[in-house]
Design a protein around this ligand. Structure first.
Ligand code: SAM
Length: 278
């Protein structure tokens, strides 16, 4: 099956009289070369269950279907549903469109018939990209590897290492669950309409030893990076009056600052805080 046999995405938008709604973070990829590259980056998709958030006019959806995926696509903007309808037929039953808000979606229920964990592959709406990622990091066994487009600056925060300005809560949470990699950047001019800044594709593959207590890690990193220039003994007082004891129990100098603490250090800190507060 070849998506080149379909009407162009630009023609489809024009035929349906559709334009981008910036409030919904709509910046479309109308060039199939780019959407095919994203699908290739996700690996072999033949027969794989895939969740896509925000199909919009369906450029990435076309590439995913072409690669043989079974796609469940969640779209909030009802204006795109009639445009996506012909894709359902073209897919030969491999595309399901769900109208709704992905933040509230129960993916596990949507995927109840999927034989294995589902990949998540999306050009995410920039305004909800981070909360969606955090939701998926906490997800259960239904979720497989993720290939996601973010604003470049968010992508850099996901893959950041200790000691850098970009290192913070998002890096610690993402890397606690996944091996992460910034794959390639896509310039703003590749989108219609172009956003203000470039975007980047990040792959997040499940770690062999995922850290289980993400809620605790979220609380600890929120306090630690909430006042990132302060020493941890002061920053963590927002979390607990026993900040110094918790730090010592975790083997961390109370005078250290959040951005100096590596992944293992934050996990020890989350464990020490859990033990104190249980
Ligand atoms: N996948 C298309 C592409 O690559 O051209 C569109 C990507 S556009 C950046 C983001 C899409 O997400 C839009 O279609 C928008 O309507 C949709 N969207 C925004 N917020 C959403 C939400 N909370 N749940 C589901 N879809 C959402």
């Amino acid at each position: 099956m070849n998506a080149d046999e379909l009407p162009t995405l630009r023609d489809e938008l024009e035929t349906h009289g559709l334009w981008a709604n910036k409030g919904l973070g709509q910046h479309f990829l109308l060039d199939l070369n780019i959407t095919r590259r994203i699908a290739r980056t996700a690996g072999d998709l033949a027969g794989q269950a895939v969740i896509e958030v925000g199909p919009g006019p369906g450029g990435l959806t076309r590439a995913l279907l072409e690669a043989g995926a079974h796609v469940t696509a969640i779209e909030k903007d009802a204006r795109f549903l009639p445009l996506l309808d012909p894709l359902i037929e073209w897919s030969g039953g491999r595309l399901r469109i769900v109208h709704g808000d992905a933040l509230a979606a129960d993916e596990e229920r949507l995927l109840h018939e999927a034989p294995a964990a589902a990949r998540i592959i999306s050009n995410l709406p920039y305004n909800v990209g981070t909360p969606l990622l955090v939701k998926w990091l906490k997800a259960g066994a239904w979720r497989g590897d993720m290939t996601l487009m973010f604003q470049k600056e968010v992508a850099q925060r996901i893959v950041a290492k200790p000691g850098s300005d970009a290192y913070g809560r998002l890096a610690v949470l993402a890397q606690a669950r996944c091996d992460v990699r910034l794959e390639f950047t896509v310039p703003a001019r590749a989108f219609t309409p172009p956003p203000k800044i470039a975007s980047a594709i990040v792959t997040l593959r499940d770690r062999a030893d995922p850290y289980p207590h993400l809620d605790a890690l979220e609380r600890v990193t929120a306090a630690a990076f909430g006042q990132r220039r302060k020493m941890l003994r002061a920053a963590l007082r927002a979390l607990t009056p026993d900040a110094e004891d918790v730090l010592r129990a975790a083997g961390i100098e109370p005078t250290a600052r959040a951005e100096e603490i590596d992944q293992a250090g934050f996990r020890r800190l989350a464990d020490a805080w859990r033990q104190r507060s249980s």
